[in-house]
Each structure stands twice: as C-alpha cells, then as structure tokens.
Design a protein around this ligand. Structure first.
Ligand code: ADP
Ligand code: MG
Length: 405
C-alpha cells in the first residue's frame, strides 16, 4: 500500500527520501538506491519514498519527516551572524560525503535559522543527487527507536538508518537524558561515519553545554565541524525583512523596514512574525504600512533603542578612560595599551550598538570583521580570567551609559 499522498507525489521534492509514518506500515526491506541516468530526474525520490512503504508489514520501524521546500540556501540571507555556518552547510550540500565536515553540528538560539539551514542541505541534496536523504527530529527518532525496542525490531531500525547517505537530525539537545536512544544513535552514528555517510545535527546549545549527553556522543559531535548561528546584526535584519517583504509582495517603505529592524532584534522568527502581523492589519483595516501602523501593531515587540550609543561615542569614551589617543586606536599600532583600547572599543560596540562586525571594523580604521571577532573573543577571555580587567570594563560601560543619556 502506498502511503504517499497525491499532493506529496506532485510535490515530492518537498519531502526527504523517507516519508513519515502516517499509516503504521513498515518497509519490508530498505530499498537500494538505483543510480539514475539523470540525477536530476525527480521520479527517483518518489520511487524510494513510495516503495519504502509499499510492502505491507505488521509494524512500522522508522521514518523521516518532510522537508519544507521553502527552506533553501537561496532564501537564507547571509550575514556576519551566519556566514560560517552557511558556507559549511553549502559545502556539504554540494559534495555530501566528500567534505571533512562530518558530522556538521549547527548550533544557535531559538529562531536563528537552524532548521532552515539543515533542511536547505537536505533540499539541495535531494534536488541534485540520487543520495538517500533522511531528515528527522530528535523526538521523532526517539519515538521510532523506542517503538523498535518494544517490538524487538531494533536491528531493523539500525539497518534502516545504516542505508541513508545523508542523515539530518534536528534539535539533538532533546536526546539529553535519553540513555537508551543515545545508545541507538551512537551505534547508527558509527556505522554511518565509518561508511563515509554524511551526518548533520542541529542543537540549541554548544556541545560542551549539553548536560545529560553521554561523553562518547559528545566527543563524536565535536569530532567534525561545529558552527554557530548568532543573532542577526542590523544590516542582516534589514536584508531579511526586505527579502521577506518582497517574497510576499508586501509594499512597505524602506524607512519602515529600517525602523522594524532597529527595534525587533532577538531573532529571525520575530522579524517574520512582525511582518505577518503588519500585513494582516494592513489588509484587514485597509491601511498602508507606515510608522503609525507599525507603532500600533508591533507595540510591545519594539525594543526601546533610544538609549543606544554610537560607535564613535564608545570609541571616544573608551580611549579617554584608558588614556590612549583615538588616532592611535584608528591606526595599525600594536603596542599593548593601544591594542587593548581598540579591542575594548570594538567589544562594547558589538555589545551596545547592534551594528555588524564589518561596520564596527570600519569605525576602527578599516579593520575587517574577523579582527572584530578576534577582539571580542580576546576581551571575553580576558574578563573571565582577570577580575581587575572585568571591573575596568564595568566602569567603562557605566561611563558610556551615563554619558549617553
Ligand atoms: P530555529 O530552528 O533556529 O529555531 P528556524 O530555522 O525555524 O529557526 O527559523 C525561524 C524562521 O526564520 C524560519 O521561517 C526561517 O526561514 C527564518 N530564517 C532564519 N534565519 C534566516 C535567514 N538567515 N534568512 C532568511 N530567513 C531566515
Ligand atoms: Mg528549529
């Protein structure tokens, strides 16, 4: 019995090679991928997806979840906040099984694009190759695995997963404290890894912060490439809003886009929901999207940015406080006190202005964004180990806040 619905058949590129358990069936055996004469032929995926479920059987063993066809690389706006993770994901999507990034672990806070990015890998691979792709969530994996244990079918479960070329598991933080499932995952991980299959995970925290995860799994997670997604900077928020407004044919003045981007900054999901709410109100009340409507509709979402200092103010105050001339900080001098003032200025600019790393670099005499990252990390590490330095920074921060009011 085929359990692939007609709509799925027509839109099969939206699904990963194995479809979810909707009928409690199980594949009699996991089908071998037949190489395509034309890798772009979409029927392949449909064949795998439907034949995997066509043979009747008493019990279902495992399945994947559908991919969202709109989660593509093309729709994932790049910025300093996600550049590294996006490049790594794209490299894998273009050459699955042939990169050294195995596993790839994407981590980042809520709404920062983890699911979008890992699914973009799946969509790209489904579209451009005949690899077997399986996308699933940790919850889904856990419930299938527990079911397979209850029915003494864990061998079949493992066999099912061992046959995948690209395995993507979203939100692996939910494996914490699931000892049994972690064992199953470990087993599958090893098989896939040693047969050169690509594995991609996402999680909302860094591996070293994942409590309740077996050490041997943690070390596997960290054995490949770990790439994080940060909160988007102002320029990226503007680019995302512009793109989303365009995609949805929403007419919204640029000044309004800028205004929203200045005020809604926690994550991309909030930016999207701000646009949707605006669109709904504009349509229902037949109003234009303007500053007035934005204030009415987005009221509590708008963070007060009134008290934001500029990079120039931060630079000036930091230099004054540390007794270093601004000209020296803008230059290339490497004397210890100059470098420190430069780094502290960059650090506070990153913390307090919402500007991108590249923009901040420009304000410090045309340094590039990697210099700013390096500066911020250096300051953070220094603060952790040196209480005096931490106190100095607290005082500088207070100074910036007081003078700016
Ligand atoms: P997470 O899984 O990290 O919670 P999602 O991947 O679900 O976040 O992203 C939330 C929403 O924001 C999705 O609709 C996604 O398409 C969108 N999004 C996230 N990052 C970007 C980006 N860089 N460009 C465009 N859209 C993005
Ligand atoms: Mg997600």
């Amino acid at each position: 019995m085929a359990i692939v619905s007609d709509s799925m058949k027509q839109d099969h590129q939206k699904t990963s090679a194995y479809l979810p358990d909707s009928a409690g069936e199980r594949p009699a055996s996991v089908p071998d991928a037949e190489p395509l004469s034309d890798p772009a032929t979409p029927d392949y995926l449909l064949n795998v997806a439907s034949s995997a479920f066509e043979s009747p059987g008493p019990l279902f063993v495992a399945s994947g979840l559908p991919l969202n066809s709109s989660y593509t690389f093309d729709r994932f706006i790049e910025g300093d906040c996600n550049q590294f993770a996006r490049s790594a994901a794209l490299a894998i999507a273009q050459q699955p099984r042939y990169t050294t990034f195995n596993p790839l672990l994407i981590y980042g806070g809520v709404g920062l694009g983890k699911t979008h990015l890992v699914q973009a890998i799946g969509n790209h691979v489904c579209e451009h190759s005949n690899y077997k792709v399986l996308y699933t969530s940790s919850d889904h994996f856990t419930s299938d695995y527990m079911q397979s244990l209850r029915t003494n079918r864990s061998n079949e479960f493992v066999a099912f997963y061992s046959d995948i070329d690209l395995l993507i598991i979203d939100d692996i933080q939910f494996f914490s404290d699931q000892e049994k499932t972690q064992e199953g995952l470990f087993h599958i991980f090893n098989i896939l890894y040693h047969t050169g299959k690509q594995i991609v995970f996402s999680t909302d925290r860094a591996p070293q912060e994942m409590a309740g995860m077996a050490d041997r799994l943690l070390s596997r997670f960290q054995g490949g490439l770990v790439a994080d997604l940060q909160q988007p900077e102002l320029e990226t928020r503007i680019a995302i809003l512009n793109r989303k407004a365009n995609d949805q044919d929403i007419s919204i003045p640029y000044a309004c886009i800028e205004f929203i981007a200045h005020h809604v900054k926690n994550n991309v999901r909030e930016l999207e929901s701000a646009l949707i709410r605006l669109l709904a109100h504009a349509t229902l009340h037949r109003r234009d999207i303007d500053a007035q409507l934005i204030r009415e509709v987005l009221g509590e979402m708008l963070i007060d940015t009134h008290a934001k200092p500029t990079v120039e103010e931060i630079r000036r105050i930091t230099c004054e406080y540390l007794g270093v001339s601004e000209d020296l900080v803008l230059g290339r001098g490497r004397k210890r006190e100059i470098v420190q003032a430069r780094h502290v200025g960059m650090y506070f600019s990153k913390q307090l202005t919402g500007h991108s790393l590249a923009t901040i670099g420009r304000y410090f005499g045309g340094k590039d964004h990697s210099t700013v990252i390096h500066a911020c990390r250096g300051v953070e590490n220094h603060m952790e180990t040196d209480p005096n330095f931490r106190d100095t920074l607290k005082r500088i921060r207070r100074e910036i806040e007081i003078r700016h009011r």
